[in-house]
Structures are given as C-alpha cells and as structure tokens.
Design a protein around this ligand. Structure first.
Ligand SMILES: NC(=[NH2+])NCCC[C@H](N)C(=O)O
Length: 273
C-alpha cells in the first residue's frame, strides 16, 4: 500500500504485458471459466423463481429477488474469486505457489480447511447481495424505459445498453466492499497476514491511503463490467424469448423464422423465468 506498484489501469496493463507478455493478463482465468457457468445458471434461476414466489413483479421484488440470487451464488463466487485473486497475484515462473485454480483451492483446504477456502465470504456476501439487487432492478427499469419489445428491430442494441449499464451500476453500488474483499483474500500471500477482519482492513486501508483507496481498480472493473453484462443480459433475454416462443408453438409446426413474440405486453424479462 505504501509503494503502489502501478500508477493506474493503463500502467498496470503495460507493466504486466512487458513483464509477463499478453498471457500475463489471463492469469487466474481457469477459476472464473469453471465457476461462471454455474454461477450464472444459479443467478438467473434463483432470481426468476424467487420473483415468481414473491408474486408481484414490482421494483422492490425485483431488488429482493436479485439480492437473493446474489447471496446464494456466493457459495461458488467466493472460493472462485479467492483462487482467481491468488493466481493473479502470485509471481510467475517455476517458483509460483499454485499450479492452477484447483491446486490453489486444494492447498488452501489442506492448510486452512473449509474456513480457508471460504476466506472473504462475509465481505463477498456484503458486496454481492445488494449489488445483485441493483443489477436486476436496474435492468428491469432500463428495458422497460427503452421499450424493449421482441419485434423491435433495435431490440438487441437496447438489451446490450440496458445490460451493460446495469452491470456498471451494480459494481458502483458496492465497489468499496470489493476492495476490502480482494485485500482479505490476498492477505498473507506475500508475508504475514495484515488484517484481523473487515473493519480492521477498512481502518488500516483508510489510514494508509485515505478514502481513495476504496476506488482503486474501479476503472478496470467498469471497463470490464459493461461488455460482460451487456452480453450476459442480452443473451439470457433473447434465449428466454426464443424458448418461450418454442413453448407456445404447437408440436410439428415450422419453427418461426424469427423468435416468436410472446403474447402480452412488454418483453418478458429474464426475471420472469
Ligand atoms: N458485484 C457485482 N456487481 N455483481 C453484479 C454483477 C455480476 C456479474 N456477473 C459481473 O461479473 O459483472
């Protein structure tokens, strides 16, 4: 913290490419690749079914259903990000501590047990529960405001805009918690552990660097958040609309050239699973 290694996002990119080639930008990729399929299946399944269980499709219920999905997916997200963080921060080359994501989690489990594999769980829950509420509420509000309808020729660009914006708003809503979570999950990787918990991490970080410490890495996070969530939400919505058209199509009829527009008013939200 006293001597930051990078001056900002661009300097960080340049340093990694210079020291470890472009491959250095993909360190820790295995962990999210393995985890995100299950995480997103869990997120959209839990959110849609929770919204149905809550009954009314209201803004509050959109937030609550998203928050429930955000909390539940932490079971996978926390260990996944622990492995990703440690692989991203470890030194490259033969002296590296971990050979890969599974080896990282196996070593942590052997040394620290289940508690070690779930290090950062409290801060992950603090980050994900409200941010997923914002994520789904923002998407619902934006798709309705943009008038996203299945027969709209601008449907996909509108879904991409709504999804990407929702991703950015969700990360902005709890970003300081992400800084703390990342520090807790990296703690002890290079020397003795520094932090005794979330509040101690907040206190030490603020004392050492002031409030700006809680925005560190925000630019690269937002650069990533827009395209990732634009693609996620647009894909889920188009696939759901198509699948709904399938369900509504009597057996044996020719597949409609374009996704069949479900009857009824606005585009069925992914949240209306
Ligand atoms: N921490 C959050 N903002 N979560 C909501 C967005 C989650 C999304 N899967 C992403 O990785 O961007």
């Amino acid at each position: 913290m006293e001597k930051p290694q990078y001056r900002g996002t661009l300097h960080c990119f340049q340093s990694i490419i210079r020291q470890e080639s472009v491959l250095g930008l993909y360190k820790g990729l295995g962990s999210p690749l393995m985890g995100l399929t299950f995480i997103n299946a869990l997120v959209f399944g839990v959110q849609g079914n929770t919204l149905r269980a809550l009954g009314r499709d209201s803004p509050l219920n959109q937030f609550l259903a998203g928050a429930a999905a955000g909390a539940i997916q932490c079971v996978i997200c926390c260990p996944m990000e622990l492995a990703k963080t440690r692989l991203q921060l470890q030194d490259a080359g033969p002296a590296r501590t971990y050979r890969g994501s599974l080896d990282c989690l196996a070593q942590i489990y052997r040394q620290e047990g289940l508690r070690g594999v779930n290090r950062g769980m409290a801060s992950t829950l603090l980050r994900e529960t409200p941010s997923f509420g914002v994520y789904f509420l923002a998407y619902d509000v934006l798709t309705r405001a943009l008038g996203c309808e299945p027969e709209d020729r601008l449907l996909v660009p509108k879904l991409l805009l709504a999804g990407g914006t929702s991703g950015i708003l969700s990360w902005l809503s709890t970003y300081p918690v992400d800084v703390v979570k990342s520090r807790l999950q990296a703690d002890g990787l290079r020397g003795a552990p520094r932090y005794r918990g979330i509040l101690d991490c907040v206190r030490q970080s603020y004392r050492a660097e002031g409030w700006r410490v809680f925005t560190r890495g925000l630019a690269s996070t937002l650069l990533r958040a827009f395209p990732v969530n634009a693609a996620t939400f647009a894909t889920v919505t188009v696939v759901l609309t198509y699948a709904r058209g399938e369900e509504a199509r009597p057996e044996g009829d020719a597949l409609p050239a374009a996704p069949a527009a479900p009857a009824g008013p606005a585009l069925a939200q992914p949240s209306s699973l």
